[in-house]
Design a binder for this molecule. Structure first.
Ligand SMILES: Cc1cc2nc3c(=O)[nH]c(=O)nc-3n(C[C@H](O)[C@H](O)[C@H](O)COP(=O)(O)OP(=O)(O)OC[C@H]3O[C@@H](n4cnc5c(N)ncnc54)[C@H](O)[C@@H]3O)c2cc1C
Length: 268
């Protein structure tokens, strides 16, 4: 039987200098930045699980300094201040219009959030990747998606791509009702929004509790979740160790970590 979850890539790394075409407030704490430019030609994103590495100009710089790929990896010119790098999800790519949408959570300080909160038409940013794609079959008996606002771009995209035959259970944690967004899907979606009601992001157990209390449907399921790292680790351990789900069908990733800038965990 063909693998139902498999990787494509690695693809050659290209560093693209793109420019902001439009900015739209999606919620009080999320902004959609549409990027374009000649460098977008040849960009592709095969999976909702993909990410790009943003190269964010340092304060006061018009453009980020982009590196090149040398035989031993990434090479920056001598003596320059390197851009900050952060991971974001290609929310929508339209090769015909030459546009790439990224949705940024505005959480406060941090190069990614700060850049997005000030982004305006004509601003420059560097984009590298995706380096690879995790391909997920669309014929699982059920899907469970869970996330905080940082996971919402990927979950929204996945829901848009699922066929009508799919069943998707979706748990989303946001600050309050103003952060809920419409989700478009042909799939049979059972959606629950959870509100932090004043609690700081990454301090609640709302998603974990909902997953612990969920009677898993029969058949083969694929789980995808993203959000604060500790909260995600607890969810992953519960699903794999206590529920005994197939590890290759459980993709639960810490997208950021409370109190830590530029959190990185292996996510390929
Ligand atoms: C594969 C992948 C895809 C991702 N896709 C997206 C995406 O599409 N949209 C998106 O908004 N994020 C996404 N993220 C998460 C994003 O990369 C992190 O939130 C990143 O830390 C943001 O960088 P920053 O410069 O704003 O903050 P940092 O400088 O990294 O952190 C500064 C402070 O802010 C806190 N912080 C960071 N992120 C958040 C948050 N989301 N909520 C609350 N506090 C936070 C940190 O704990 C730290 O204390 C993705 C992460 C990964 C790994």
């Amino acid at each position: 039987m063909a693998e139902r979850v498999f990787r494509r890539g690695p693809f050659p790394v290209k560093f693209r200098l793109l420019q902001v075409r439009r900015v739209r407030r999606v919620t009080p704490h999320m902004v959609r930045v549409t990027l374009g430019g000649e460098d977008l030609v040849g960009f592709h994103s095969d999976s909702a699980d993909d990410h790009v590495k943003l190269l964010i100009p340092n304060p006061g710089e018009l453009k980020p300094v982009l590196p090149t790929m040398g035989p031993h990896g990434v090479v920056f010119p001598e003596g320059v201040k390197r851009p900050a790098t952060r991971d974001y999800t290609p929310r929508r790519h339209d090769p015909v219009a030459g546009e790439l949408d990224l949705d940024f959570v505005l959480h406060g300080s941090g190069p990614g959030s700060t850049w997005a909160s000030r982004a305006k038409e004509g601003d420059f940013i560097g984009v590298a990747g995706p380096r690879g794609s995790l391909m997920v079959a669309d014929d699982f008996d059920w899907y469970l998606f869970a996330g905080d606002p940082s996971g919402l771009p990927s979950i929204s995209r996945r829901l848009e791509e699922l066929p009508a035959s799919a069943r998707a259970i979706v748990f989303l944690e946001v600050g309050d009702a103003s952060e809920e967004i419409p989700l478009n899907t042909r799939a049979r979606m059972e959606l629950t929004w959870f509100h932090r009601n004043g609690a700081a992001p990454g301090t609640t157990h709302l998603l974990e509790q909902a997953i612990r209390e969920l009677p898993l449907p029969p058949g083969d399921g694929f789980v995808w979740a993203a959000g604060e790292a500790i909260s995600m680790r607890n969810i992953r351990e519960f699903l794999v160790n206590e529920r005994g789900l197939n590890k290759s069908w459980v993709r639960v990733i810490g997208y950021w970590k409370r109190g830590t800038a530029d959190h990185e965990e292996p996510h390929d």
